[in-house]
Design a protein around this ligand. Structure first.
Ligand SMILES: *Cc1c(COP(=O)(O)O)cnc(C)c1O
Length: 405
């Protein structure tokens, strides 16, 4: 095969134009650092969009993947296989819930949760109980069901018609919650920390009221822990911190140690909803991805990475607060473990470009939020390096703005 140049021109030729990629081609990673094809090392503060919890090249993960790959890469769910059973048992013991379904991506976990919720509601015999609600500013994925729950028009514009029977509650707005849920509600989807939405935390009173209303109207609470889960906010599941007591939980991003894997975990209430042939996937619960997931969770526990996430997260928070005191461009910082959102007074994208020039990879979300989702293994020195570069960028930008006045 002819060698293909990996650059922005060929990117445009080869692919649909749906990704705004950074202008670097990466070849490998080392711990918290990515290396590009010209040998430049970049501090990676986005970690494959919150996927690479252990950074790059963790030996335990690589060994688990290669030894499982040598034995069996794929067989489908026509068979039983140890890595899947091991990971399912681990997820049930961590959550105290009852049943697991494995899929491949976050959006597929959301689709499965929507289907389980609707079928559960239908079993109650009320034809009208089909409504699936989510919260404003949320993100649940890009396939039709998940997209129909996702708040922002930029994801759904042009893709009409969406799934019927969906609706949205204003985030943390108790009056709106009370107005929107009813006996017709089958499920309410929540993110305890909205990631894509710019790192916003659900309020305790909102959760408490949601749980009361669940008693009153009998619907399911679905926790989308795809981005905030697997230890990133200091506990394995983010919902335990607000005692959300969900009926269904969705995990993905870091779950497969970088391989595509997602899970829906369900309580006893929904344990018997799915029956043979009802739902499934060819690849879901792939043995290599599950073996990687088991190794990833073991590493998180062995290395106390959840405590570490809290410690480094609060260090980053303190340091960015100091930056905010001297740089007027910083409007607000929100930090939950290693989910950090820095709201700036203009579009965040140019800061991402500037940081890349200084070999630090940041991410912009929700237009004016710089989002940090570093690996859970990030060291204090690496976090400090990121802060130093942010300081430089804000200083240089202020100087340029002054000159142009
Ligand atoms: C990323 C994400 C999804 C979608 O996951 P994909 O694997 O991209 O389909 C859903 N919910 C949340 C909270 C996410 O962060």
């Amino acid at each position: 095969m002819k060698r293909v140049a990996v650059n922005q021109e060929t990117e445009k030729e080869l692919f649909f134009h749906n990704y705004a990629r950074l202008p670097i081609a990466v070849t490998h990673g080392e711990g918290g650092w990515l290396v590009s094809d010209d040998g430049t090392r970049y501090l990676d503060m986005i970690a494959g969009i919150g996927v690479n919890a252990l950074g790059y090249g963790d030996k335990r993960l690589v060994d688990a993947i290669s030894s499982q790959a040598a034995k069996l890469i794929h067989v489908s769910n026509l068979f039983m296989m140890e890595p899947q059973f091991e990971l399912a048992a681990k997820l049930l013991s961590l959550s105290g819930l009852s049943k697991v379904f494995f899929a491949n991506s976050g959006t597929e976990a959301i689709e499965a949760a929507i289907k389980i919720a609707r079928k559960w509601a239908a079993q109650g015999g009320d034809e009208e109980k089909k409504e699936v609600l989510s919260l404003s500013n949320c993100f649940h994925g890009r396939t039709y069901g998940a997209l129909s729950l996702t708040a922002k028009a930029k994801y759904s514009d042009g893709f009409d018609p969406l799934l019927p029977g969906t609706g949205m509650i204003a985030f943390n707005d108790i009056a709106d919650l009370e107005a929107k849920v009813s006996g017709k509600t089958a499920a309410v989807f929540i993110e305890v920390v909205q990631g894509e939405g710019g790192i916003h935390h659900i309020s305790q009173p909102f959760i408490d009221r949601l749980k009361e209303l669940r008693e009153q109207y009998n619907f399911l609470i679905v926790a989308d822990d795809i981005q905030a889960g697997c230890g990133r906010t200091g506990t394995f599941f983010s919902y335990t911190q607000v005692n959300a007591d969900p009926d269904l939980v969705c995990l993905a991003k870091p779950l497969g140690g970088g391989l595509p894997l997602s899970a829906v975990i369900g309580s006893e209430k929904v344990a018997n909803v799915l029956t043979y042939g009802n739902h499934g996937t060819t690849f879901g619960g792939n043995p290599v991805a599950c073996a990687a997931g088991v190794a990833m969770i073991k590493a998180i526990e062995e290395d106390n990475l959840m405590e570490h996430a809290l410690e480094i997260g609060s260090f980053i928070n303190d340091e960015v607060q100091k930056l905010a005191a001297k740089h007027l461009q910083i409007l607000e910082i929100r930090q939950y473990g290693l989910m950090v959102g820095i709201t700036v007074d203009k579009e965040a994208k140019p800061y991402v470009v500037k940081a890349l020039e200084k070999h630090v990879i940041l991410n912009a979300t929700s237009v004016n939020v710089i989002r940090l989702l570093p690996p859970l293994t990030i060291s204090r020195e690496e976090a400090q390096h990121c802060i130093t570069v942010l300081d430089e960028i804000f200083t240089e930008e202020a100087a340029t703005a002054e000159q142009s006045c």
